[in-house]
Design a protein. Structure first.
Ligand SMILES: Cc1cc2nc3c(=O)[nH]c(=O)nc-3n(C[C@H](O)[C@H](O)[C@H](O)COP(=O)(O)OP(=O)(O)OC[C@H]3O[C@@H](n4cnc5c(N)ncnc54)[C@H](O)[C@@H]3O)c2cc1C
Length: 399
C-alpha cells in the first residue's frame, strides 16, 4: 500500500481543486460550513455541476456513467470535496438503488432510471425499515399481492429519509408469506405519485424534518417495476447494503470536523480569559480523537487497497462503520463541550435556511447541537453498531 501521492495523483488533485474552486456554488459551501441543511434546490445545483463534469458517480462502472478512477483518485476526490465543504450528494439513487438497477435490472429499467439518477433530476428514497422490522429486517410485513399485471401493496415503512422530497421509492415487500422470511421478499420500484401513498413527517431531535413514515394503501405497482425475480429481493437488498456502507468511515469529514474544533477552541475564551485551545484537558481530549482518527484512516486505506487488489474485504468493513461513527460522535460531543451554554437556544429557523432569523451566539455555534443530536443516529442507521459488532464477532473473529 503506497500512501504518498505520485506526480499523476498530484496533477489529479490539482484538477479537482481547480474544479471545486470554480464550480462548487459558494452558497452551497457556506451552508455546509456552518452545518445548515443544504436545501434540495442547492444540492441539485451541486449535483448538476458534478454531472456536467462527468464526476457524479465515481463508484459506478464506466459503461454506466462512472469515472473510471482508481482507488487513490477516489480517495483524493473525497478528501478534496470534504476540505472544500462540498456536501455529499443524496446517496439513495447514486449509492443504493443505482448499483442494484445496473447489476440486476433489465434493459428497460436501466434505460428508464439510470439517466435520472445520474443527472440528479429524479430523487429516490429507501423503503426498507418498518415499525418492528429494523435490525430484523427480514420480518418485514408490507405485502404485495399479484393482481393481473400489477402488485397491490399495503403496509407501512418508517424512518424513510427524505421521502417528502423523493420522486421514487425502492421498497422491500413480502410476496410470499409461507416460505422462510428471507425467501418471500421482492424488491419494487414505486413512483411516489401513485395513488394510495401517504407521507407523514417525523421531526427529529435536531428539530428538523429529514425522516418520515410512508403508508401504502392499495397501491398498484406494475409487475415490470420489480427488480429481478419474485421472492429474490433479499439478495438484491443485501447487495445494496454493501454499497450503502461505501464511505461509511467518513474520514475526510471527521478531519474537517477536527480542523473546525481547533478553530473553535482558538476563538473561545473561558471566564478567566484563557483560550480553550490552551486548556490541557480540552487539548488532551481532542488529541485522543485525532489519534483514533489517524488509526482509522490507515485501516480505511488498507481495506480500500485490499478491495482494489481484488482481495476479499468481507465483513471487515464493519470495523469502519463502528470506529468511524464513534469518532464522529466523540467530535460532536467535544464541540458541545466547547460552545457550552450556546447549545441551549433553538437555532431551528436558521438551520432551516431562514437567514434573517436571529442568531444566538457565534457563527460556529449555530449547528453544533443539531449535529450532536442528529449524530446520535449514525450508530443506528446503515446497520446499528451492535449488529456490526455481532457481524465482526461471528464472521471475522469466528466466535
Ligand atoms: C436518522 C435515520 C435515518 C434512517 N433512514 C432510513 C431510510 O431512509 N430507510 C430505511 O429503510 N430505514 C432508515 N432508517 C432506519 C434504520 O435502518 C433502523 O433504525 C435500523 O435498522 C435499526 O432498526 P430499529 O430502529 O427498528 O431498531 P431495533 O432493530 O429495534 O434495535 C433497537 C436496539 O436493539 C439493538 N439490537 C437489535 N437487534 C440486536 C441483536 N440481534 N443483537 C444486539 N443488539 C441488537 C440495536 O442495535 C438497537 O440498539 C433510518 C434510521 C435513522 C435513525
Amino acid at each position: 500500500m503506497e500512501l504518498a501521492l505520485n506526480k499523476d495523483d498530484e496533477a489529479f488533485r490539482d484538477e479537482v481543486r481547480q474544479f471545486l474552486k470554480t464550480k462548487l456554488p459558494r452558497e452551497v459551501a457556506e451552508a455546509k460550513s456552518v452545518g445548515v441543511s443544504v436545501e434540495k434546490p442547492l444540492l441539485k445545483k451541486w449535483h448538476h455541476a458534478l454531472y456536467a463534469q462527468g464526476w457524479v458517480a465515481p463508484a459506478w462502472p464506466k459503461e454506466h456513467g462512472g469515472t473510471g478512477w482508481n482507488v487513490t483518485q477516489r480517495h483524493i476526490f473525497n478528501e478534496e470535496t470534504a476540505r472544500a465543504e462540498a456536501p455529499r450528494l443524496m446517496p439513495f439513487g447514486l449509492n443504493m438503488v443505482g448499483p442494484v438497477i445496473y447489476t440486476f435490472g433489465n434493459e428497460a429499467q436501466k434505460a428508464q432510471h439510470l439517466p435520472g439518477i445520474l443527472s440528479g433530476d429524479i430523487w429516490w428514497c429507501q423503503g426498507y425499515s418498518e415499525p418492528g422490522s429494523g435490525s430484523d429486517l427480514a420480518s418485514l410485513k408490507t405485502r404485495a399481492i399479484r393482481d393481473g399485471g400489477d402488485y397491490i401493496v399495503n403496509g407501512q415503512k418508517i424512518w424513510t429519509s427524505y421521502a417528502h422530497e423523493a420522486d421514487w421509492i425502492f421498497c422491500l415487500v413480502r410476496t410470499d408469506e409461507k416460505s422462510k422470511p428471507q425467501e418471500g421478499i421482492s424488491f419494487l420500484l414505486i413512483d411516489m405519485k401513485t395513488p394510495g401513498i401517504t407521507v407523514r413527517p417525523i421531526v427529529s431531535i435536531d428539530e428538523l424534518h429529514h425522516l418520515n413514515e410512508v403508508f401504502f394503501e392499495d397501491v398498484r405497482v406494475p409487475v415490470e417495476n420489480r427488480i429481478g425475480e419474485e421472492n429474490k429481493g433479499w439478495t438484491y437488498a443485501k447487495f445494496l447494503l454493501t454499497h450503502e456502507r461505501t464511505g461509511i468511515a467518513g474520514v475526510p469529514e471527521s478531519k474537517k470536523a477536527v480542523e473546525r474544533l481547533h478553530q473553535i477552541s482558538e476563538a473561545t475564551r473561558g471566564s478567566d480569559g484563557r483560550r480553550l485551545a490552551d486548556d490541557p484537558a480540552f487539548r488532551r481530549k481532542l488529541a485522543e480523537i485525532e489519534i483514533d482518527l489517524a488509526g482509522l484512516e490507515i485501516t480505511n486505506a488498507r481495506i480500500l487497497a485490499d478491495a482494489a487488489a481484488g482481495r476479499q474485504v468481507g465483513e471487515r468493513s464493519s470495523i469502519l462503520k463502528i470506529a468511524g461513527t464513534d469518532i464522529q460522535q466523540a467530535l460532536q460531543t467535544l464541540a458541545v463541550e466547547a460552545i457550552g451554554y450556546y447549545t441551549l437556544p433553538s437555532q431551528r429557523e436558521r438551520l432551516e435556511g431562514l437567514p434573517n432569523a436571529p442568531r444566538v451566539g457565534p457563527d460556529h455555534a449555530e449547528a453544533v447541537f443539531a449535529n450532536y443530536g442528529f449524530g446520535r443516529a449514525a450508530t443506528i442507521y446503515g446497520g446499528s453498531n451492535e449488529i456490526q459488532r455481532n457481524v465482526l464477532a461471528k464472521a471475522v473473529l469466528g466466535l
